[in-house]
Ligand binder design. Structure first.
Ligand SMILES: C[S@@+](CC[C@H](N)C(=O)[O-])C[C@H]1O[C@@H](n2cnc3c(N)ncnc32)[C@H](O)[C@@H]1O
Length: 234
């Protein structure tokens, strides 16, 4: 069982700032452009991390709740009166059909993916929207990663779309934002001299760093964004 997570490591946190994933708030703004929260609407940020997306949701006038497992992130996220709670996404503490929008950014791949999609479907109202962004693979396998990260359970995009459709959703928009992931990788290279240098700073071990580089080469990770809705009448 892997005990450390990529997104809690110092090299990642110092490079990424308050969002804990590639794309930052630019990716979130694009998601919210495609799935704009109405004032007063009930929105869940599933895996809210340090609460940056919650801030944007509140600016839009939505009633936003953030859920996450990480107590330290939640302490940061609850600043400025943001509503957060500790919960595993595979058991959402939310009533059936009670949400208008769920935003889930670079968290789904870390979870029991099918179980979490079922929970998203259960808690969204008829016509409610899922806005999902995460890593996908363009290579032949997801590779062996030395620590918990969004790359580990990533699959190709076709599998993502099939899983979302299988959970009952109708897919509206799919976009490729791999350029944002490449920008993040380039930032890591500038800071650490190479991707190997970055992974060595993260893991503290040249063997594990080589393992991560090989996994990256083989799986060719990309970044997707999609919006999907619960069919009307469901
Ligand atoms: C890569 S970070 C992304 C955080 C945030 N969405 C952001 O964009 O900054 C992944 C987040 O998912 C949370 N997480 C991982 N597994 C989870 C689970 N099963 N239930 C709830 N949160 C989970 C982690 O604690 C972490 O905050």
């Amino acid at each position: 069982m892997k005990t450390s997570e990529l997104y809690t490591s110092a090299p990642v946190r110092s490079a990424l700032g308050r969002t804990l994933r590639p794309g930052g708030l630019a990716l979130t703004r694009r998601l919210l452009q495609l799935a704009p929260p109405a004032p007063g609407s009930r929105v869940l940020d599933a895996g809210c991390g340090r609460g940056e997306t919650l801030g944007l949701l509140l600016e839009s006038g939505a009633r936003a709740l953030g859920l996450d497992l990480h107590a330290g992130f939640l302490r940061e996220a609850c600043q400025d009166g943001r509503a957060v709670a500790r919960a595993d996404l595979k058991r959402l503490p939310v009533a059936d059909k009670s949400l208008d929008l769920i935003v889930c950014e670079c968290t789904w791949n870390l979870t029991d993916k099918e179980g979490v999609l079922a929970e998203f479907f259960r808690t969204l109202r008829s016509g409610g929207t899922l806005a999902l962004a995460d890593i996908y693979t363009r290579g032949y396998r997801s590779g062996e990663w030395p620590l918990r990260c969004c790359f580990e359970q990533a699959t190709d995009l076709q599998t993502v779309l099939e899983q979302v459709a299988c959970a009952g959703f109708e897919i509206d928009v799919v976009e490729d934002h791999t350029a944002m992931l490449k920008k993040t990788a380039a930032d890591f290279v500038f800071r650490h001299g190479s991707l190997f240098g970055f992974w060595q700073a993260v893991t503290g071990d040249p063997g594990l760093a080589e393992m991560a580089c090989a996994a990256s080469r083989e799986s060719k990770p990309g970044l997707f964004l999609l919006t999907a809705h619960v069919p009307w009448g469901e």
